[in-house]
Design a protein around this ligand. Structure first.
Ligand SMILES: O=P(O)(O)OC[C@H]1O[C@](O)(COP(=O)(O)O)[C@@H](O)[C@@H]1O
Ligand SMILES: [Mg+2]
Ligand SMILES: [Mg+2]
Length: 325
């Protein structure tokens, strides 16, 4: 089943369907750029830095432009917050029904090594950006109308939720269209696989240190079974693995840069991924609180993210509670 047919079947919201179709088009264009690699100069760094202080890759900027072109062309988006722009971008259609928060290229450090990258979209209702400005974007994740990511890997995938399950589409490159390949994916509640950047271990807080230590002790420790570890340096790829076979992904708060609450951004990484995971039976916390319940304070705010298989996230929440007591 083609994406547009699927959307007509599951959603009566024509404007939302149009928006998702245009986001998919942006994904198809970016997939073509990714595939060209060094031939298109996409693997090169620029001399620019973004609002996060990170050096922008050529493809970060090109993906940002492609996404803006498609969202503007949809006619149903009033404004956009992008990882690659400090201020929100308002379109002429300021009263259009939706706002979009986007990470145009996720995992961009993987480009130079021909690794997997992605694009992440969060779709919010327009509560009045014309009068409220960027404040209109500061809605908790549970207000999202839809969330999706496009994964540029061996195959190009689009993973989508409209709040009724999480579904996987594969790009048919011959016809440049996404086809449904997996409906209503379910994350196994139990898992023996975790993902974390272990090079930050000495900066972790006690609850995360305890959890990872126990995983490392494996069958010889309290957990009584061995755990496997993966880290892809691309949130899209790590989350996709979890949607496919379970696991947990941890990018916790650490003391490396205490002013930063975490590495990942709430509006265009943590919230959309947390909705996709929750709609597949998993959970997502920032310590004691649910990520989707966090009231955002700013557009590029960072948060700790611990997400994945339900039983492990519940254990991590308990460890945070016990560490607090
Ligand atoms: O460099 P680290 O610590 O491994 O962090 C990797 C994380 O940073 C990110 O690359 C940040 O995303 P961007 O590439 O969009 O800035 C995530 O995709 C990934 O999970
Ligand atoms: Mg990212
Ligand atoms: Mg990015």
């Amino acid at each position: 089943m083609q994406l547009d047919v699927f959307l007509k079947q599951v959603s009566l919201n024509h404007a939302l369907n149009v928006l998702i179709w245009h986001a998919a088009q942006a994904g198809i264009e970016i997939a073509a750029l990714v595939k060209q690699g060094a031939l298109q100069g996409t693997t090169e760094k620029t001399t620019n830095t973004n609002v996060q202080g990170e050096t922008q890759m050529h493809l970060d900027i090109r993906s940002h432009e492609v996404v803006l072109e498609q969202l503007r062309a949809s006619g149903v988006v009033a404004a956009v917050v992008s990882e690659e722009a400090e201020e929100h971008i308002s379109f002429e259609t300021v009263d259009a029904p939706f706002l979009v928060c986007v990470d145009p290229l996720d995992g961009s450090s993987n480009l130079a090594i021909n690794g997997v990258v992605g694009s992440i979209f969060s779709i919010l209702p327009n509560t009045g950006v014309a009068t409220q400005g960027s404040q209109a974007f500061l809605q908790p994740g549970q207000a999202q109308r839809a969330a999706l990511y496009v994964m540029y890997g061996p195959a190009t995938l689009l993973v989508l939720t409209l709040g009724e399950g999480t579904h996987v589409f594969t790009l048919d490159h011959e016809n440049d269209s996404f086809v449904l390949t997996q409906q209503t994916v379910q994350i196994p509640p139990e898992t023996s696989e975790y993902a974390i950047n272990a090079s930050n271990q000495r900066y972790w807080q006690p609850a995360v240190k305890r959890y990872i230590d126990e995983c490392l002790q494996g069958a010889e420790g309290d957990r009584g079974r061995d755990f496997n570890m993966r880290w892809c340096a691309s949130m899209v790829m790590d989350v996709h693995r979890i949607l496919t076979r379970g696991g947990v992904f941890l990018y916790p708060r650490d003391n490396k840069q205490p002013v930063k609450a975490g590495r990942l951004r709430l509006l265009y990484e943590a919230n959309p991924m947390s909705l996709l995971v929750a709609q597949a039976g998993g959970e997502s916390i920032a310590g004691l609180e649910d990520v989707l319940a966090i009231q955002p304070a700013s557009c590029h705010q960072r948060v700790p993210v611990l997400l994945g298989s339900k039983q492990e996230i519940q254990r991590l929440r308990e460890y945070h509670q016990q560490a607090k007591e």
